[in-house]
Design a protein around this ligand. Structure first.
Ligand SMILES: Nc1ncnc2c1ncn2[C@@H]1O[C@H](COP(=O)(O)OP(=O)(O)OP(=O)(O)O)[C@@H](O)[C@H]1O
Ligand SMILES: [Mg+2]
Length: 425
């Protein structure tokens, strides 16, 4: 069914093609089936022999075949062209249509791809797929076996089809992105709930096993002191001894309460602020030469906690595993992100060995790196680990920067905002 001239086709036929294209793209199909439908429809209605729909990948560098008239539909996903490569690549790069009547091989823009069997086709027309806002999303090509004089009207009709398809592709991509985001939010909410439950269990354990036990003993010592005072004759020595024990227990309970709270938010952050807390953290590893360069970024409390905990775990790892002499801690603002880097000059390791395949029977690796990564992701940030045997290790945390008082970058982790400053002992 070759040879028909699109221009000769009356306006009614053109309207019918556009109408059917609209029907196909609004049928709620997934992107793949929609493009397949469009390719077949275009071939039928324009009386060409084959139609290829190439889409630009999300990075805008590669054109990939996403729809084709059978039997070429089996090649979907298999054919890739770089921007500028072949006629489709040229059209994508220049945003202009190309018409070739015959002798494609003589055209410097043409590239022969055996699977597409270009030798069977004589004439071709290629148009960019551009959204109404001018974003290029791909390229639409039609080919005919017999020679065909594609006209300006043919080009315009195919451009109209491409315009309709462009909007639908953008919508489909937007829809997919939204669905992915929704999934990510769901898993985020799940992790927050898990985290809250874990923290509640930890706090309950610490209060039950530590703090409550001490308060019960404290109560008995105070009762014994009261009895000693009320006795006839009163025994001040026993009373004083019992009160002394009660004081020790009160101090211990206070320490345990502080530790339990520190699990939520390190008190040092309230006392000194993040930058000075990192410096103080650096001084708490006496065997290491630790240099700290931290800008005073004034971020929301939960972000500061995440940064501090990451630095703490990274330093603990250096002390435990690296055999390093010196460490450098840097905190600064860079391209809208707060960036923490902890670099050591120690033994380094191969991070690839930490990623064990699912179902592997080996015991899991430590929790430190996984915890750091989880904290980063919860804040919409990233954690990068750069290390190689003999070359030291760098841990780099980057989280969206927000100023204290601004809404945080993602839901605030449960913490202890407004918890009273440390009480004097
Ligand atoms: N700075 C570092 N230098 C050398 N090796 C490191 C360093 N940081 C991490 N590693 C390696 O990565 C592994 C995983 O670290 P991770 O913090 O997850 O676990 P861990 O420190 O072994 O245990 P945990 O943190 O749960 O107490 C470590 O066991 C160690 O082999
Ligand atoms: Mg660790």
């Amino acid at each position: 069914m070759t040879g028909g001239r699109l221009t000769g086709v009356d306006a009614e036929r053109e309207a019918q093609l556009l109408f059917r294209v609209i029907g196909t793209i609004s049928a709620g199909l997934d992107l793949h089936r929609m493009l397949q439908g469009v390719a077949t429809l275009v071939t039928e209605t324009t009386e060409t022999d084959v139609c290829f729909v190439h889409l630009l990948d999300e990075k805008g560098r590669v054109l990939r075949l996403h729809g084709a008239t059978p039997p070429f539909d089996v090649l979907v996903g298999e054919i890739e062209l770089a921007l500028g490569e072949g006629v489709a690549g040229w059209v994508a790069e220049h945003g202009e249509p190309v018409v070739i009547f015959d002798d494609k091989a003589a055209d410097p823009r043409y590239r022969y791809i055996p699977a597409l069997r270009g030798e069977e086709f004589t004439s071709m027309l290629s148009v960019p797929i551009v959204t109404p806002l001018g974003h290029l999303v791909g390229v639409l090509n039609v080919h005919t076996r017999a020679r065909r004089e594609f006209t300006g009207a043919d080009v315009e009709l195919l451009r109209s089809v491409a315009g309709l398809v462009a909007g639908a592709i953008e919508n489909a991509r937007l829809h997919r992105r939204l669905a992915e985001r929704e999934e990510a939010l769901e898993s985020f909410a799940e992790r927050i709930v898990e985290w809250q439950e874990r923290e509640s269990r930890r706090l309950a354990g610490e209060i039950h096993d530590g703090i409550s036990q001490r308060i019960v003993s404290l109560f008995f010592h105070l009762s014994a002191a009261a009895d000693a005072i009320a006795a006839e004759p009163a025994d001040p020595a026993v009373a004083a001894e019992q009160v002394g024990r009660a004081q020790e227990l009160a101090a211990a309970a206070l320490d345990e309460a502080r530790l339990a709270i520190a699990g939520l938010r390190p008190p040092v952050l309230d006392d000194l602020g993040l930058a000075a807390s990192l410096e103080s953290l650096g001084r708490s590893f006496p065997g290491l030469d630790i240099r700290v360069e931290a800008d005073d970024l004034q971020m929301p409390g939960h972000v500061e906690t995440a940064v501090y905990r990451t630095a703490q775990e990274a330093l603990q790892n250096v002390a435990k595993h690296a055999g390093a002499e010196s460490v450098r801690i840097r905190l600064s603002r860079h391209a809208g992100r707060a960036v923490l880097e902890v670099s050591d000059d120690g033994t380094g390791f191969d991070p690839g060995t930490l990623r064990r395949p699912a179902g592997d029977a080996l015991p899991p690796t430590g929790l430190g790196l996984a915890g750091m990564r989880e904290r980063a992701e919860l804040l919409g940030g990233t954690l990068e680990l750069t290390s190689a045997p003999g070359r030291g290790t760098t841990v780099r945390l980057a989280v969206p920067f927000t100023h204290h008082g601004q809404p945080g970058p993602g839901p605030a982790l449960p913490g202890t905002p407004g918890w009273p400053a440390r009480r004097p002992r």
